[in-house]
Design a protein around this ligand. Structure first.
Ligand SMILES: [Zn+2]
Length: 300
């Protein structure tokens, strides 16, 4: 069986998939112990041991916050004790199985490509997370593109295309040090931030409620948001030209996004004949953990 773990700052979730149709045969979840690296490793081991009771493990895939640096050490994880550690090597020492690791966006892409909204495609999709942050996973020729520097899909920290202060608001410096990062506008955090900058402080849910109540400011802001997202998707098409772009994360649950962004897409693509569809994910909260389990099959 294929085992996948989705490791986040709050919980560690594990699943076992059978080798043939990749259905989930077991699922287990624990709180993430962040008190020390050894305690953290112990909680990861516990999940794997529990899943082992359901069959022989053929491979282990890990979807994890943060990323693996070129030196093999973890970086940028919101589990502080994990940063600077060679997590992959420690796992390989603990378990006698092949171990693969990727970030949440890559796992999301694999999951949707294999069993979700992009499973009907021939060989390509881009999965874009618009949640607390913004990142993407790229599938080309049926495989995950991680890249030479493990930076494939990190488009959340490219600048917002066609940024103009009179429509998009003030220049904003991201925590990464760059200005006007895509994440600062199209993530849920960005959607709320830009609304609050222009009008008054409100959460994403509050803005969407105002929008549905016919509030003019919320309508204007949502139309701007869909335009910004269409610019991002247009850049993806111009660069990768995938068959579909699958949206995930909290903002992907706003159904009004899809007709608007699909209609605006051709304004921002080089050719005005575009077949790429922007669609909602199908695997929801299970995307990360299913994609993690499939990592050994799809890594390029
Ligand atoms: Zn940034």
């Amino acid at each position: 069986m294929l085992v996948g773990l989705d490791i986040g700052g709050t919980k560690i979730e594990g699943v076992a998939l059978n080798n043939t149709d990749h259905n989930i045969t077991a699922r287990y979840r624990v709180a993430t112990d962040k008190s020390s690296y050894d305690c953290f490793l112990n909680s990861v081991s516990n999940v794997i041991e529990k899943l082992k009771a359901h069959g022989d493990i053929d491979s282990l895939g890990i979807g994890c916050c943060g990323s693996v640096g070129l030196d093999g050490l973890m970086q940028g994880a919101n589990i502080a004790v994990l940063n600077g550690r060679n997590f992959l090597e420690d796992l390989r020492n603990l378990f006698d199985h092949p171990v693969h690791i990727a970030n949440d966006a890559d796992c999301f892409a694999l999951s949707e490509f294999s069993t979700g909204a992009a499973k009907h495609t021939n060989n390509s999709c881009v999965a874009l997370i618009i949640g607390t942050g913004c990142g993407a996973g790229i599938i080309l020729n049926g495989g995950l593109v991680t890249g030479l520097n493990n930076l494939g899909g990190e488009l959340g920290h490219n600048p917002l295309p066609h940024f103009q202060p009179n429509q998009d608001g003030q220049v904003f410096t991201c925590y990464c040090g760059s200005k006007n990062c895509i994440e600062s506008f199209v993530s849920g955090t960005g959607y709320s931030r830009t609304f609050s900058e222009k009008y008054f402080s409100a959460s994403c849910e509050e803005i969407m409620q105002l929008y549905r109540d016919g509030n003019k400011q919320a309508i204007d802001h949502f139309e701007l948001y869909c335009d910004q997202l269409a610019r991002v998707c247009g850049s993806i098409v111009n660069m990768v030209d995938p068959e579909v772009i699958v949206l995930g994360g909290g903002m992907s649950n706003v159904n009004e996004i899809y007709p608007r962004v699909n209609a605006k897409l051709i304004q921002y693509t080089f050719s005005k004949q575009v077949r790429t569809q922007i669609v909602k994910n199908q695997n929801g909260d299970s995307s990360g953990v299913i994609g993690a389990a499939l990592l050994p099959l799809k890594n390029m």
